[in-house]
Design a protein around this ligand. Structure first.
Ligand code: PLP
Length: 393
């Protein structure tokens, strides 16, 4: 008999009912150090007082109105994002995949209203993850995401990641934009090289294409700057964000320059829930804390500490091959199946997330302190010491 929850997830036996700071607890009082953060979502951890207070106040005032009405709440968050970034305009969504959808539509309309409808394709990269909608799975070559969904639209051409010459060779009259994660998350915590992102920016400028960055996972302070691209010295034309911006309330956003959004007039896009007052209160609460330069400096310092402790620790355990990533988006490359090891970590009271290329992803709340770092590294080390590689792996 089919379970009441459509069985699309291989759920673990961790069933949290309460969170406190960087910890999760189940109904029996079992406790985990949460270095998964709901996959890079709970940037302020669990039950952060400022976040909780702003949400409570909003729940008591107004939760939802339609986008048929004016939204002072959306305008104030959008103004903040515009002030903090390259963008001139923002569309709010409820998820990362919807932010990607808006980004792709914005690119399509940009060329359409300029009389270039033939430029409907976007270049994307191998192992990319942009979400689970049909558009998002059409934008990747990951077979496990696409399996059973052919035929998919031919709106994307997928090229090797970090290979600028492949991009140059693929440019033809059908290409209208390039979409890339500055740091591939699901794809194995792989940062793009600075030369690659800078090169993409230059190619876009030279050929009249739009550069779309997917910062759904790496954005909102995760790498120690508000957005990862700041560390690459480039700006996009369009950016999709989600996850951390809502701190746990489902929010996403598509940010764009005025030029890139030139085709997004009345009726071209919409969302019933997108940007409702509750979601906007969550964004304000997150930005109140994460956008502060002192907070971001602390994220950078904690990230450097975690990375150096991990680098020391892995030398003692041959199942680890290296540390990769940026800021508090770190990956432990393993010489064995990372999924099996991530489930073993749960028995040691540590939550992490597996990624492609046998990588264990560490995505702690951005509020971690030195004690959480020490506890994480101790748990990883203890788990590695008593790990027996499964025979099937
Ligand atoms: N883009 C990236 C880089 C992601 O990591 C994800 C989710 O993991 C998405 C898009 C899709 O976001 P959502 O699951 O909120 O639709």
């Amino acid at each position: 008999m089919i379970p009441v929850l459509m069985p699309v997830y291989a759920r673990s036996d961790v069933a949290p009912v309460r969170g406190e700071g960087c910890y999760l607890f189940d109904a029996d009082g079992r406790k985990w150090l949460d270095f998964a953060s709901g996959i890079a979502v709970n940037c302020l951890g669990h039950g952060h007082p400022h976040f909780t207070e702003r949400l409570k106040a909003q729940v008591e005032t107004l939760i939802h109105v339609s986008n048929l009405y004016g939204s002072p709440q959306q305008e104030s968050v959008a103004r903040r994002l515009v002030e903090l970034t390259f963008a001139d305009t923002v569309f709010f969504t409820n998820s990362g995949a919807e932010a990607i959808e808006c980004a792709v539509k914005t690119c399509r309309r940009f060329h359409f209203v300029a009389g270039r409808p033939e430029k409907y394709r976007i270049l994307t990269f191998s192992n990319a993850f942009h979400g689970r909608t049909l558009t998002a799975i059409a934008a990747t070559d990951q077979a496990k995401l696409r399996d059973g969904f052919d035929p998919l639209p031919d709106w994307f051409r997928v090229l090797p990641f970090d290979d600028l010459s492949a991009v140059e060779a693929a440019l033809d009259g059908s290409i209208g934009g390039i979409m890339v994660e500055p740091i591939q998350g699901e794809g194995g915590v792989r940062p793009a090289s600075p030369a690659f992102l800078k090169g993409l920016r230059q190619l876009c400028d030279a050929h009249g294409l739009l550069l779309i960055l997917d910062e759904v996972q790496c954005g909102v302070g995760r790498t120690g700057t508000l957005f990862a691209h700041e560390q690459y010295g480039i700006t996009p034309d369009i950016m999709a964000i989600a996850k951390g911006i809502g701190g746990g309330v489902p929010v996403g956003a598509c940010l764009a320059t005025e030029r890139a959004a030139s085709g997004m007039g009345v009726g071209t896009h919409g969302s019933t829930y997108g940007g409702n007052p509750l979601a906007m209160a969550a964004c304000h609460a997150v930005l109140d804390i994460v956008a502060e330069p002192a907070f971001l400096a602390t994220v950078k310092a904690r990230a450097a500490r975690l990375r150096s402790e991990l680098e020391q620790m892995i030398g003692n355990h041959p199942i680890f091959a290296g540390v990769r990533g940026m800021g508090l988006m770190l990956g432990l490359k393993m010489t064995t199946d990372s999924r099996a090891f991530v489930s073993h970590l749960r028995t040691h009271g540590l939550l992490a997330v597996a990624a492609a290329e046998n990588v264990v992803r560490l995505l702690p709340p951005l509020i971690i302190d030195e004690n959480h770092i020490r506890e994480c590294v101790e748990k990883l080390s203890a788990a590695a010491a008593d790990y027996r590689v499964p025979e099937a792996a």
